[in-house]
Design a protein around this ligand. Structure first.
Ligand code: IFM
Length: 471
């Protein structure tokens, strides 16, 4: 996501919008009190598992990318991460102990299949054990098939630029849903295809590190095709589960009332949101995208758009910040960072209204939108353990305000069924390595000690109160 780390406002002063005197308690009329509003936490395989050479796991594009000097801050890699591959039982106990109803995780494709498509039993067993334990604990499981860790052998044959990767992805989805049927409540095919396509193939900030807009649109088309081909396999093998996809969305606002800046803000949202959502829910790419990127139309074969736009059971929405933009004087937009606004450790502006506005806008714009889960929302802060405690005041306030925005969207008629905090624990934040801490649980990467942050304690307290009220 964005690289802007310019301003980090001190959100700990009592007068700042980032301060919070007391606990996380939503108002009495908030939908968050409803027990059927799923509250959970999210992670992803490469960011937490480690054990990259164990039990037959193959290399992924992120192993290659992070081993390339200059690609990841401080040269960090996911080789050990949170060592979750070995500590998964204790991690699940911790998550269940906090009272979360839902857990969103991803499967590492390179762990479960070899280059010939033969299942890797040891890798599969890891996920079987994990998901079975989650079910025993009564936790609703949301499983993402692709959270960016493409097997390197597929990248060596062109990765998402090669149409064949979409078919390999459908084979992988087929295998996973045959093996794991009954332990998964909801399957998401892809996490944030925008990031895979744009950051991976458009500007090169993420693996595999290519930078060409034409590559980005073609990669996105093959990602979405893979999604569309996977859904029928998931439906056939695991009919009781929900099937969906997860999109990151961005709010773009105009720097002035000028027509050019207003258009720039629209184009920002076309590039970030409509590029992904229009093919899924309208069966076509937004033409305005090619005003921005002339000549970057992907090669689309007959029937592809029908495959891509088949109905889904849910849409996952990941939201973090807004971007203020102006016209670049040509076809596009340019970021104009606002001064004096509250920001996170990533430099991202804290802007909860953006989440509400996007959700209500999607409801207006897409007639056949399925129910929505907020599958990621959260913030990074430079959290430290002091006397065994982590005071992450800004995160508590951030979560509270974004949950209030979700409640406003629900009250405005948007069908939102749940919310997952990103993330359960601090983890490998892609190109930013371990410096950026998104967890509600602090990780000491030297000792692998887990410490609950205050946000985790307060969310747990709320979940307990909600449960008590329901019974
Ligand atoms: O850590 C990432 C996650 O993997 C995908 N969504 C955004 C998060 C924060 O950058």
């Amino acid at each position: 996501m964005a690289n802007d780390t310019s301003v980090v406002l001190d959100a700990h002063s009592p007068n700042s919008p980032g301060s919070l005197a007391d606990p996380f308690t939503p108002p009495a009329d908030s939908s968050l009190w409803r027990e059927d509003f799923l509250l959970g936490v999210a992670t992803a395989a490469y960011q937490i598992e480690g054990a990259v050479h164990e039990d037959g796991r193959l290399s992924s594009i992120w192993d290659t990318f992070s081993a390339t000097p200059g690609k990841v801050l401080a040269g960090d890699t996911g080789a050990v991460a949170c060592d979750h591959y070995h500590r998964w039982e204790a991690d699940i106990d911790m998550l269940a102990g906090l009272g979360f109803q839902g857990y969103r995780l991803s499967i590492a494709w390179p762990r479960v299949m070899d280059a010939a498509g033969v299942p890797n039993r040891k890798g599969l067993d890891f996920y079987k054990r994990l998901l079975t334990r989650l079910k025993e604990k009564g936790i609703t499981t949301f499983v993402t098939l692709y959270h960016w860790d493409l097997p390197q052998h597929l990248e060596d044959r062109g990765g998402w630029l090669n149409r064949d990767t979409a078919y390999r992805f459908a084979d992988y989805a087929d295998l996973m849903s045959r093996e794991l049927a009954g332990t998964v409540d909801a399957w998401a095919t892809l996490n944030e295809p925008w990031c895979s396509a744009y950051l991976g193939y458009g500007n090169g900030h993420h693996a595999p590190g290519l930078a060409n807009e034409r590559f980005a649109t073609q990669a996105l088309h093959h990602l979405l095709l893979g999604h569309g081909l996977a859904v029928p396999a998931l439906r056939a093998n695991d009919p009781a589960s929900q099937k969906g996809i997860v999109a990151n969305v961005g709010r773009g606002t105009a720097n002035s009332n000028s027509a050019a800046d207003q258009r720039a803000a629209q184009l920002f949202e076309v590039q970030h949101n409509a590029w992904i959502l229009d093919p899924l829910f309208k069966g076509e790419y937004p033409q305005a995208l090619f005003e921005l990127w002339p000549g970057a139309e992907p090669l689309v074969l007959d029937g592809d758009m029908r495959t891509i736009s088949a109905p889904l059971d849910f849409l996952g929405i990941n939201y973090y910040f807004r971007t203020n933009v102006a016209s670049d004087g040509a076809h596009g937009f340019t970021d104009v960072p606002l001064e004096g606004v509250e920001r996170t450790q990533m430099g991202w502006e804290v802007y909860p209204d953006g989440l509400r506005d996007l959700l209500t806008g999607f409801k207006e714009n897409y007639a056949n939108l399925p129910p929505i889960y907020i599958t990621e929302n959260g913030m990074a802060s430079n959290d430290q353990v002091t006397d065994g405690k982590v005071d992450d005041t800004q995160r508590i306030s951030y979560l509270k305000r974004h949950l209030a925005a979700v409640d406003q969207a629900i009250k405005a008629g948007v069908n939102i069924r749940g919310y997952f905090v990103w993330s359960l624990m601090d983890n490998f934040e892609w190109a930013f390595g371990y410096e950026r801490r998104f967890g509600i649980v602090h990780i000491d990467y030297t000792t692998q000690q887990r410490t609950l942050k205050r946000s985790a304690e307060l969310l747990a307290k709320f979940l307990k109160e909600r449960k008590a009220q329901a019974s």
